[in-house]
Ligand binder design. Structure first.
Ligand SMILES: [Zn+2]
Length: 243
C-alpha cells in the first residue's frame, strides 16, 4: 500500500468544526472498569446473522495492524493483536479448566537457552504451559527443550512466543487485573502467542480471526481492557463527508 499525504492535514478547519469532524475513535474512559470476564454494555453489538457470515466478508489488512471489514451498516476496524489476544485468553482459561489444549508434537524439539530468572518463571507455571499445549523438559543448566506446542502455533514462532510469555510475566504487567495465577498465565500466553503487529494475514486468516473473535464471550475488549474493534456506521461516515 503506498503512502499518501493526508489531505485533511492541509485543510484549515476552525476549532469548533474540528471537534465535530476529527475522527472520534473511542477514548478509554479514565474510570474504565477493567473487568475482563464480564461482557460489557456496548453499543457495537452485532446482529447474529452478521456474526455468522464472516467467511463471506472480504477483509483488508491495513499497515499490518488492523483489519477493515465492511458490515451491513458501516465498517469495522479490528486491532489484529488485541482481537487475537481476546481469543487466546478465553481459550487458555478454558484449557486450564479442562486440563489440556490441542497440541502438536515437534519432529525436532526446540532448545531454548534461558537465564536463571527466566527458567524460574517457567518453573512457576509448568502446569499452565502444559495446559496450553506445550511439552517442556529440562535440557541441562537453564536450557529447556520444547517437544510439543499448541496446535495453532507455527513452528517458526515457538521461541518468540515462549520468550514473549516470559517477558510479559517478568514485567508483571497489569497485576491488578490478573490476581489469580491462571488468569496471569492465560494473559501472558495470549500476549506472547497472539498475532504480532506487522504480521501479514491472508484473507482466510482474517476471516478465521473474526469468526473466533465473535465466538468469544467478550469480543469487544482485549484481556487488558483495551478495545478490539472500532465501528463506524454509514451515518457517521456520511456526516464526516458532510452529506
Ligand atoms: Zn491486550
Amino acid at each position: 500500500m503506498s503512502e499518501y499525504n493526508d489531505p485533511l492535514s492541509q485543510v484549515n478547519v476552525s476549532e469548533d468544526k474540528k471537534n465535530q469532524t476529527i475522527l472520534n475513535f473511542p477514548v478509554m474512559p479514565q474510570n474504565l472498569q477493567k473487568e475482563v470476564d464480564q461482557p460489557k454494555e456496548n453499543n457495537i453489538q452485532l446482529s447474529k446473522d452478521v456474526q455468522e457470515m464472516w467467511d463471506l466478508i472480504p477483509c483488508y489488512q491495513i499497515h499490518g495492524l488492523f483489519i477493515l471489514a465492511p458490515i451491513k451498516n458501516g465498517i469495522l476496524l479490528i486491532d489484529q493483536h488485541a482481537a487475537h489476544e481476546r481469543v487466546l485468553y478465553e481459550q487458555a482459561l478454558e484449557d486450564i479448566r479442562r486440563g489440556r489444549s490441542a497440541s502438536q508434537q515437534l519432529l525436532f524439539p526446540v532448545v531454548l537457552e534461558l537465564s536463571l530468572t527466566e527458567r524460574a518463571v517457567i518453573n512457576s507455571g509448568v502446569q499452565y504451559f502444559t495446559a496450553f499445549g506445550f511439552e517442556i523438559s529440562d535440557f541441562g543448566g537453564n536450557a529447556l527443550s520444547v517437544s510439543a506446542i499448541p496446535a495453532f502455533l507455527k513452528n517458526g514462532a515457538i521461541e518468540d512466543t515462549i520468550r514473549g510469555i516470559i517477558k510479559y510475566l517478568l514485567e508483571g504487567k497489569d497485576p491488578e487485573l490478573f490476581l489469580e495465577p491462571e488468569k496471569r498465565f492465560a494473559a501472558a500466553f495470549a500476549c506472547g502467542a497472539a498475532i504480532k503487529a506487522g504480521q501479514k494475514l491472508s484473507q482466510e486468516e482474517m476471516n478465521a480471526l473474526l469468526n473466533s473473535l465473535f465466538s468469544t464471550k467478550n469480543p469487544y475488549i482485549c484481556p487488558h481492557g483495551r478495545p478490539t474493534l472500532v465501528r463506524m456506521s454509514v451515518e457517521e461516515l456520511s456526516r464526516r463527508f458532510l452529506r
